[in-house]
Design a binder for this molecule. Structure first.
Ligand code: UDX
Length: 465
């Protein structure tokens, strides 16, 4: 969504004169945490400028307390050619072709305001490290996903190089279940699906992202120590820069206004009609898509489970199928019957916090996973690509707060997983575990808690520049 209003730069009050420039990646799952981080830092008396692409621009009217600075040449017509499936090419374009404009924006800003102290970018804006160095502006990286998945990204290129995946086939049961050396929480079949198309190009992006993260002054994580203490310890070996674990970001403020899509509020009135712990919420985030045949398996699995469900079917998320075709012959309605309610986009945080919500069938985007943990909702995991594979494995096998669908979309397995989670003792045990994590979240954000203290440290660190 382009916003012409973002071309207007409005100067806002500069609290104690220190301004931070935050640069999000233009995707929903990256914009949300970056703007949440901006709110957190603003609450610590920093002035905030959001430097952003015009493509998928955040809506400045929801953030009157920030200044918005659009990067020229990044409107829809420049970037939409890449499409949602070509994220790697888009990342290369952003990092190779937008640096001059970004540098000019920063120079102009620094001339206008002497208080600019730091650039905070998404880790995937790796080329900005050079720009920041040239301007002698400290750069801090914000990594929007888990530390565990970062480890898999760091390791992926060397596994590819040594031919580890060569000859691997998903139907080779023994090898597919084998654990990845050095990353024993992962199975080789997870690892091989992280970048299913064009792994070589993906590796280039990963290597540059990793290098850019290593060179940054510090890294801010949207996670919390109690969840990823071991992963943090391992990280410290290869990345000696300071790490600030201050998440979960969305718990600091009630705000979902960075949504790029309209959230259908009837989701909540529909949930209101259901008893506590009775509904399955289904959503695969803003990018992941499924084939038509997989979508039908999902519908049958949901119907056969006989549990009520709220299903987000994002327009364009069924490959090769237009929205109107979905309902045209009434076939879907016949399968799902009265138990299901379909919306295009939901107010997800409210849905997960609703008493009627019992479980979440998710693609395990990091935001969705954290949001589920924070509301004590166990998960059914259908990871699609990238960090989602690692996160799903952690949810299922390490934290034991969900069930991973091991065979893709197969109606029998789906039906069985829903029943395991919503009706059986096993589901109750997972709910208890995730409730336990929810309590830890509440504690870590309070005075003296790990995220609270880490945020204090981060503020002190930035003030030391
Ligand atoms: C992407 C990647 O896929 C993910 O793996 C990575 O960790 C971040 O970037 P996305 O796929 O969109 O993000 O998933 P996710 O990280 O879960 O973010 C989706 C966001 O959209 C969440 O904050 C969620 O609350 C919101 N959302 C989702 C809605 O508000 N309504 C919906 O109907 C669905």
């Amino acid at each position: 969504m382009d916003s012409t209003s973002t071309t207007i730069i409005t100067k806002k009050q500069s609290n104690h004169g220190r301004r931070l420039v935050l640069l999000p990646l233009p995707f929903q799952g990256h914009i949300n945490p970056m703007l949440q981080l901006a709110n957190i830092l603003h609450s610590k008396a920093f002035s905030i400028t959001i430097l952003h692409t015009l493509f998928n621009s955040p809506n400045p009217t929801y953030y009157p307390h920030f200044t918005f600075l659009p990067i020229p040449g990044t409107a829809n017509e420049h970037l939409s050619v890449f499409g949602a499936e070509n994220v790697v090419s888009l990342l290369m374009y952003l990092n190779e072709d937008c640096m001059e404009q970004i540098k000019e924006c920063l120079v102009r800003l620094m001339l206008e305001d002497e208080g600019v102290v730091c650039l905070i970018t998404d880790a995937q804006w790796f080329a900005t490290q050079k720009v920041a160095d040239e301007l002698k502006l400290p750069r801090i990286v914000h990594r929007t996903s888990s530390i565990a998945s970062f480890h898999s990204y760091v390791a992926f290129p060397s596994f590819l190089e040594t031919g580890y995946f060569q000859g691997f086939k998903n139907d080779d049961e023994t090898k597919s279940r084998a654990l990845v050396p050095g990353l024993e929480s992962l199975k080789i079949k997870d690892f091989s699906k992280i970048f299913p198309s064009n792994p070589e190009a993906s590796c280039k992006v990963l290597e540059r992202m990793t290098q850019g993260t290593r060179l940054a002054r510090a890294v801010i994580w949207n996670t919390f120590k109690e969840l990823e203490e071991l992963e943090l310890e391992t990280l410290n070996h290869g990345f000696p820069n300071p790490h600030f674990l201050i998440g979960p970001f969305h718990k600091y403020f009630v705000a979902s206004s960075s949504s790029l899509f309209v959230q259908d509020q009837t989701s909540i009135s529909w949930l209101d009609k259901h008893p506590p712990n009775s509904v399955l919420y289904v959503s695969f985030g803003s990018i992941a898509g499924v084939e038509e045949s997989e979508f039908l398996e999902m519908a049958w699995g949901l119907a056969n489970s006989k549990q009520p469900f709220l299903w987000v079917v994002r327009p364009g998320s069924i490959k090769g199928m237009k929205e109107h075709e979905l309902f045209s012959d009434g076939a879907l309605g016949k399968i799902i019957g009265e138990r299901g309610y379909i919306v295009k986009w939901a107010p997800q945080q409210e849905v997960l916090a609703h008493p009627a919500t019992c479980a979440f069938w998710t693609h395990n985007g990091w935001n969705s996973t954290l949001e589920s943990i924070c509301e004590g909702v166990p998960m059914i995991c259908s990871p699609s690509f990238g960090d989602q594979l690692t996160t799903a494995r952690y949810v299922g096998d390490v934290w034991k707060i969900g069930v991973v669908l091991e065979n893709g979309f197969e109606r029998g397995e789906i039906d069985c997983a829903i029943k395991r989670l919503m009706l059986e003792k096993e589901g109750l045990e997972m709910r208890n575990k995730v409730m336990n994590l929810k309590e830890k979240v509440n504690f870590c954000l309070k005075k003296g808690g790990s995220s609270y203290s880490s945020l204090e440290d981060l503020v002190g660190y930035i003030l030391s520049f």
